[in-house]
Design a protein around this ligand. Structure first.
Ligand code: UDP
Length: 380
């Protein structure tokens, strides 16, 4: 396949990410597989990214994740201007066939604004868009700018203007799914795990109350706003409360965190993250938002940990109720499901992940979409 793709992973974190990182994890998973299929990848990211690619461009030396704490328009403005320059330059020399963008406020905004002069573009939607129609006010550029979802449910909820530009959806995947059969199976521990950003949509407060009710230990892993470690949050003092996720954590979750039954361990990464996930009796997703893609759901299956969740967003697409997890529409039923979850077979979770959620499956699907986007942009 002779195709060169400019992959925009944005200015927030390096690729692969140091720990937490939704979009950056997706890019880090997808790119090696695309290159195996013969796609040339130019990565637009931050200077500290170490992912092997064919060519790289960066605007900031390091990730600007910490500026999520402040209004981030300035970071976006600088990144947009830089990306526009790079795209114009590469496109004018015919050096790229297509842009695969992941960052709406930076990439999509830039590419849509370029109008018909810009290259064909596939933008992957990463958010629950029903709540954010304003982000996608206009998709000028006609057939040049196309979008894909990360689940069917995400697309179904998206504003009409986006659905009209959609070329389908691609479920997220994880490298952990690849060698599911060869990976050692750690002893299952007692704990439940919620892996993800601490945020009202992810429902850590529900999980913490549930843990006290059923008497199972619960580990909360993930950043609170820009704070990756409990000590960083403690040191930040009152200023930290400007961030809504910090306020949620301090007001709704922290009162249930006793350091014994319920613990917040901050961001976990690498082997520590995998061990925590693989040894959990279940992964809990007490969601209050319509989870658009759920990388952590797929990772949990790949490591042989069944999922107990509210059946929101993409969860019913990813989890087969009674086989790889237990789903309910009722938050109050989650406790009973946790108790019943011990009956599910960890090996079955791994087998399903190895069939459905490998990076190769994801990359093949993206190559199909790239070809479709190019064809559509050429149509008269
Ligand atoms: N993650 C991590 N360490 C943490 C919390 C999360 O490595 O402490 C990773 C997690 O494994 C997943 C990603 O961050 O790969 C989060 O992606 P997901 O789609 O689950 O959530 P979102 O994009 O909504 O934050």
């Amino acid at each position: 396949m002779s195709l060169t793709v400019l992959m925009n992973a944005g200015p927030w974190l390096s690729v692969p990410p140091p720990g937490y990182g939704g979009i950056e994890n997706v890019v880090a998973t997808l790119v090696p597989e695309l290159r195996r299929l013969g796609v040339r990848v130019v990565l637009a990211s931050v200077g500290s990214s170490t992912l092997p690619v064919d060519e790289r461009v960066s605007v900031f030396a390091d990730g600007q994740f910490a500026s999520l704490q402040r209004p981030y328009n300035q970071v976006c403005g600088v990144a947009q201007a830089h990306l526009a320059g790079v795209v114009r330059e590469l496109h004018s020399r015919d050096d790229i066939d297509l842009v695969h963008d992941h960052v709406e406020a930076v990439g999509l905004a830039t590419l849509a604004a370029m109008g018909p002069a810009g290259p064909p573009t596939l933008h992957t939607l990463h958010w629950d868009l029903a709540k954010h129609p304003a982000l996608y006010g206009s998709l000028d550029g006609g057939d040049r700018v196309r979008v894909n979802g990360v689940s069917a449910s995400q697309l179904a909820r998206a504003p009409l203007a986006l659905r009209e530009h959609s070329v389908g959806h691609v479920h997220l995947s994880t490298p952990l799914a690849v060698d599911a059969d060869r990976r050692p199976r750690p002893e299952k521990g007692e704990h439940l795990l919620i892996l993800g950003r601490i945020n009202p949509g992810k429902g850590q407060d529900v999980g913490a109350r549930l843990a006290h009710r059923v008497g199972f230990p619960l580990v909360l892993a993930g950043p609170v706003g820009p704070y990756h470690r409990p000590a960083d949050l403690a040191a930040a003092g009152d200023e930290a409360r400007q961030n809504p996720d910090v306020r949620f954590f301090l007001d709704e979750v922290a009162p249930h965190v006793d350091g014994d039954l319920v613990r917040w361990v901050g961001t976990v990464a690498g082997q520590e993250r995998d061990d925590l996930l693989a040894s959990a009796r279940a992964s809990l997703f007490p969601l209050r938002w319509e989870e658009p893609g759920g990388t952590a759901v797929v990772e949990s299956l790949a490591l042989g940990t069944p999922v107990v969740a509210t059946s929101r967003g993409c969860l019913p697409e990813l989890i087969e109720h009674g086989r790889t997890g237990l789903l309910t529409a009722e938050e109050e039923e989650l406790g009973d499901l946790v108790l019943a979850g011990d009956l599910l077979d960890p090996d079955e979770c791994r087998r399903v992940a190895a069939q459905r959620f490998t990076p190769a499956v994801m990359a093949h699907r993206y190559v199909e979409l790239y070809e479709r986007v190019r064809d559509l942009s050429r149509a008269p």
